[in-house]
Design a protein around this ligand. Structure first.
Ligand SMILES: CC(C)(COP(=O)(O)OP(=O)(O)OC[C@H]1O[C@@H](n2cnc3c(N)ncnc32)[C@H](O)[C@@H]1OP(=O)(O)O)[C@@H](O)C(=O)NCCC(=O)NCCS
Length: 191
């Protein structure tokens, strides 16, 4: 298939055939990233097995979420670009000192460190914004995501059983994972 991630771009950059990785840049999203951001979101949602959102994506809601994170002190979107193409993004929302993230990388660009760079940017941002913890939800079958999170110190804090209704009627479990950033404040005295 030839699209912005596809064969023409592969020949130009060496992605795919040679495995050569173009320079990867991770930065805060700007308003002009919306269309590419949405396209990636829709493609990953259409895969139907990795993220909570399913196709068709509610584009108005997606736009509201994207725009709310621009220039916010309480939220951020990071995008990963290689050779000018948006290949991954991560959204994070901070509430009560807890930073909750969701992320995705285009399927042709997975397993090459893009997710690692996005996650590191998110952890840095969370620390800089005073978060004491970073959280996320992940499907138990998502081995690549689990490995990424665990290698960055996240632990499983719980399993929501038969929690999320999929559009086909199935009920999927989800794992709640977290990285504690503040390990020095006192814990509850009542434990
Ligand atoms: C999960 C995801 C964000 C990870 O990003 P990525 O760019 O593929 O990840 P990286 O290349 O940085 O590799 C992350 C880890 O996975 C490992 N990995 C790579 N390919 C793998 C595979 N096929 N199976 C298991 N682990 C794999 C890497 O070795 C690395 O482990 P390490 O940190 O211990 O070295 C990305 O694969 C993705 O977008 N998947 C679909 C959407 C999704 O699952 N989003 C997250 C929902 S919670």
């Amino acid at each position: 298939m030839t699209n912005r991630y596809g064969s023409q771009r592969d020949r130009a950059t060496g992605w795919g055939d040679t495995g050569r990785v173009g320079a990867l840049e991770v930065r805060r999203a700007v308003a002009g990233d919306f269309e590419e951001w949405l396209a990636l979101f829709e493609e990953v949602a259409a895969e139907g097995r990795w993220i909570g959102a399913e196709a068709p994506v509610d584009r108005d809601r997606a736009r509201r979420v994207f725009e709310a994170r621009l220039d916010s002190e309480q939220a951020a979107t990071f995008v990963a670009e290689t050779d000018g193409i948006l290949v991954g993004h991560l959204g994070v929302d901070l509430a009560g000192g807890v930073a909750d993230l969701g992320m995705m990388v285009h399927d042709r660009h997975r397993g090459r460190g893009v997710g690692t760079r996005l996650l590191e940017a998110c952890i840095d941002w969370s620390r800089a914004h005073g978060a004491h913890k970073v959280t996320l939800s992940v499907w138990p079958h998502n081995e690549r995501a689990l490995r990424l999170y665990m290698s960055h110190g996240f632990g499983v804090e719980g399993r929501l059983r038969r929690h999320w209704r999929r559009r086909n009627g199935e009920l999927w479990d989800a794992l709640l994972m977290a990285l504690v950033l503040d390990t020095s404040s006192p814990s509850s005295p009542y434990e």
